[in-house]
Design a protein around this ligand. Structure first.
Ligand code: ADP
Ligand code: MG
Length: 241
């Protein structure tokens, strides 16, 4: 076992318990990110802001440009309700985006409970992949991998393995999808950091194997850079007792 599992075990367990005590079965994005960070997966710097003034303060401490997102237990696909604003450059932009997100959500999903706005670092755009953890009804914990966007949604170009994953299995999962070439660099694009991506698949496997109560995890997307990776959105779904 590596140090992340030992550290991650207790901290992650506490995050899960906190959610269950509120009778919720899905972690909000920022808590899902805190959980995966305890297992060594890098995510965005972020803070939940309950007001536009707080959001401006948060942006100043995170550093521009920032991203604003709706925080609501009732919203799964934030973009669909106009709940995500990218690349905000200054205080005025934060104020406008804050109000616009609240307006969008009130208009498109009026009964959604709004808990605040998540202010986060705008990560440099890069190749987007999806890494998932799930419970297979027959085999137990499993890991899923695919390229982001239409590759998963339209082409269903994904790979699966039963957890716990060995490093070589994670490596195979990455190479066996049809779109793997995209990660290897083409048309002037630099090759993605396959070693860091491999490690992320193993970390998701560690989470699924070592924590009780998790039904599903989704890093969607994980940005893969020529050096390193970063999860810019994360979901963790718990079992309903
Ligand atoms: P949704 O709930 O709609 O999946 P996401 O949080 O995934 O919302 O945001 C939608 C898209 O915006 C992502 O797929 C990604 O391309 C981009 N994005 C989200 N967060 C960031 C960020 N912090 N930095 C850069 N791009 C981001
Ligand atoms: Mg997403």
């Amino acid at each position: 076992m590596n140090k992340f599992i030992i550290n991650g075990g207790k901290a992650a367990h506490d995050i899960i318990q906190k959610t269950l005590l509120r009778k919720r079965y899905e972690l909000p994005e920022h808590e899902a990110k805190e959980l995966i960070e305890t297992f060594g997966i890098r995510t965005t710097r972020h803070r939940v802001a309950p007001s536009p003034a707080d959001a401006i303060q948060a942006a100043a401490s995170i550093g521009y440009p920032v991203v604003l997102k709706i925080v609501s237990p009732d919203i799964i696909h934030k973009t669909d309700v106009g709940g995500v604003k990218l690349g905000i450059k200054d205080d005025e932009g934060v104020r406008d985006a804050y109000d616009e997100i609240i307006r969008n959500v009130q208009e498109r999903q009026p009964d959604a409970l709004i808990e605040g706005i998540l202010v986060q670092e705008m990560a440099t755009p890069s190749t987007e992949v999806i890494v998932g953890g799930l419970q297979d009804p027959q085999f137990g914990p499993a890991v899923m991998f695919g390229l982001g966007g239409i590759f998963v949604e339209v082409f269903k170009d994904v790979s699966f393995r039963i957890a716990p994953l060995e490093i070589y299995e994670a490596f195979d999962m990455i190479h066996e999808i049809k779109g793997a070439k995209i990660l290897k660099g083409f048309r002037g694009r630099e090759a993605a950091d396959i070693a860091a991506l491999t490690q992320t698949l193993v970390q998701v496997s560690d989470i699924m194997v070592s924590l009780e109560g998790i039904k599903e995890i989704e890093l969607n997307p994980l940005f893969v850079y020529p050096k390193g990776v970063k999860a810019v959105d994360a979901r963790v779904i718990l079992y309903h007792p």
